[in-house]
Ligand binder design. Structure first.
Ligand SMILES: *Cc1c(COP(=O)(O)O)cnc(C)c1O
Length: 421
């Protein structure tokens, strides 16, 4: 199949990268002062957005050193999100697999049902700090749109969400949720009518409203400072999990596993363990059906570096640099790129990137559901699948920590369809 010819999109490498390359040492958890992660990241945007990004970076840096900002973020984490989320010993799953203990970091128990709210509430705080009065987001499956709409409703700020028209049909339930939360949902009828087109529309809208509007990006992607900022906001997952592991087991886990779409839940949990040389870290990308030549979402495993949506990173592209369509049974993993921090962590070897197929994920979904009574998100099920393998290979004295990024209620129709239920 030949991929559809890509129209010149908004964030194209024709804009000069204002940051020049500089390499970062192995394992670092922040971009250098130019927004680079080794040779990745940067700021590939039109000049009209530079001022908004500079303002965001200035406010971010200032907020990060302000105890009042952290006090307010802590309060939101506790009172709105319900943090800390539990660290859960999956004992029946452990027995079934017959190896290392399997621990789940229960981000599925966070408000709105996934880790995305950790990021959106934090970005809303920064929106207020910048004196902006409106937020804009784009969403693929709708989970980031729902988390942004909920955060905007909490602060009483108007919210506009762009969503590919095809996605609004596939995920009509999340469209209804966003509308009920008071957001305006604008279907995008350009191109393939999916996430990539929604991102381009959101960026066009942002250019014309940048004075009053903050663009809430949903993962560790986009131009600097987004990958840094979103990673910082999600790093609460890893800080909590590290403390909880030490408290409950007296040691660190042998392995940490998370699924990788754009990569924010993974960066969130990895940041807690990057400096612990004895902890092996694994990211799991979506292999789709796994058939030769079929579309998948393994940007790190099978992609090449290039520029998309404002930053340089691993991407799915053909020999002419055309972006290839991504596929995964998990709607939240269906993205042709990945965050620049992951690209660096792949190259410096600190993190190993594995894949799981649609069938692996559905099998893991069923195993976790029947052994623990938990319906995991299909995204998270990719991490559960490889986490079970690692547990088997580690043996009984080991501990494997899996990031359960979200709950699977949103996926019951997909799984029921695949299983003929
Ligand atoms: C959106 C989503 C993901 C993928 O996003 P990352 O930025 O890679 O974390 C994973 N799991 C769930 C439950 C999601 O909603």
């Amino acid at each position: 199949m030949t991929p559809p010819r890509r129209r010149p999109s908004f964030w194209e490498p024709k804009y000069t990268d204002v940051m020049s390359a500089r390499s970062a040492p192995a394992g670092v958890t922040s971009a250098d002062t130019r927004g680079r992660w080794g040779e990745y990241g940067g700021v590939f945007v039109p000049e009209s957005l530079m001022e908004a990004l500079r303002q965001l970076e200035a406010v971010r840096v200032e907020a990060w050193t302000d105890p009042e900002f952290h006090a307010e973020l802590d309060r939101l984490n506790r009172e709105v999100i319900g943090r800390p989320t539990p660290l859960y010993l999956a004992s029946r799953l452990t027995t079934k697999v017959g190896g290392a203990r399997i621990w789940l970091k229960r981000e599925d128990m966070a408000f709105t049902g996934a880790h995305k709210i950790n990021n959106t509430l934090g970005q809303l705080l920064l929106t207020l700090r910048m004196g902006k009065t409106r937020v804009l987001a784009e969403t693929g499956a709708g989970m980031h749109g729902v988390a942004t709409a909920a955060a905007a409703a909490y602060f009483g700020i108007p919210c506009l969400v762009y969503m590919g028209a095809e996605d609004t049909r596939r995920q009509s339930h999340n469209v209804a949720r966003m509308k009920m939360l008071g957001a305006e949902v604008r279907p995008v009828t350009n191109g393939s009518e999916t996430l990539k087109d929604a991102i381009n529309e959101a960026l066009r809208e942002w250019v014309s409203t940048v004075e009053t509007t903050h663009y809430v990006i949903g993962s560790v992607v986009g131009p600097h400072p987004y990958p840094q900022m979103v990673g910082d906001l999600q790093s609460i997952i890893g800080r909590e999990a590290r403390g909880q592991m030490l408290e409950l087991t007296g040691k660190l886990p042998d392995a940490v596993v998370a699924c990788v779409g754009g990569g924010s839940n993974a960066i969130g949990i990895f940041r807690g363990f990057i400096d612990d040389a004895g902890v092996r870290i694994y990211g799991v990308e979506a292999a789709g059906t796994g058939a030769k030549g079929a579309p998948h979402s393994a940007a790190i495993g099978l992609g090449r570096p290039g520029v998309l949506h404002g930053a340089r990173s691993y991407l799915l592209q053909d020999n002419d640099g055309q972006i290839l369509p991504a596929h995964s049974v998990a709607p939240g993993l269906d993205y042709p790129g990945v965050g620049p921090e992951h690209s660096m962590l792949k190259d410096n070897g600190r993190v190993q990137y594995l894949t799981a197929t649609d069938a692996d994920a559905v099998a893991a979904f069923r195993t976790l559901a029947s052994s623990e009574g938990i319906l995991p998100a299909l995204e998270s099920s990719h991490a559960v699948a490889r986490g079970m393998d690692l547990a088997r290979s580690l043996g009984k004295d080991g501990d494997v920590l899996v990031c359960l990024s979200g709950r699977g209620d949103k996926d019951v129709d997909i799984v029921a369809g695949m299983l003929g239920l």
